[in-house]
Design a protein around this ligand. Sequence first.
Ligand SMILES: [Zn+2]
Length: 244
Amino acid sequence: MADFLGAQDASASRPATPTTVSELNLILVGPPGAGKGTQAERLTEDFGLPHYATGNILRAAVADGTELGLRAKGFMDAGELVPDEVIIGVILEALQAPEAADGFLLDGFPRTVPQADALGEALEEVGRRLTAVLLIAVDDDEVVRRLSGRRTCAKAGHTYHVEFDPPEREGVCDTDGSKLVQRDDDQPDTIRRRLAVYHEQTEPLVGYYEDRDLLRRFDGSRPPTDVHDHIRATVATLRLEDEL
Ligand SMILES: [Zn+2]
């Protein structure tokens, strides 16, 4: 007991130093069907990081009626791609939120090397930098197998798989009871096309971030829990390295 009190006294007499929390600014990369959403959810819980999926924060900006949101809406309503500068603006706005002060997990952007360049410059301008880029690697055949069996809750986007992760009742979301649908993106003939786009446009990011010593690769063909354990351990180490 005396030792315990002594230790307490010693810690109390230490000069108050500001607690510096190292930032975990992470990007999640991988082909469609690699399980990025699942891993993002788990990492968000592990490290308290906000998860910014590009589509979600764009929709949020539109719903909030921010200046950038309105610009984005103009392009979306016209059926055009939202330009990189608008997306980056929305991302930077999201990063100003207190919840992102210790880091963030960005998912769905960048998808191309020019976007990666633009994002890197934009982060630098606000005094931040990437901590790591987490690649979840899965081969094409496995992607097709996974995606064509995927079913998505129409209400909140909860995902299931007819083979690997079926809902308790077929066609119904366990969480909110809404109908499960097969998204257009998950139709077999669409998947190969999405993979071709990934290989052509996004896969060059692997070399790009490898050159910058930011890439961390994970075997996405393993069960989600294994992938999660591996990523969590790696990210915990990154934070530790940053604090030393
Ligand atoms: Zn649901």
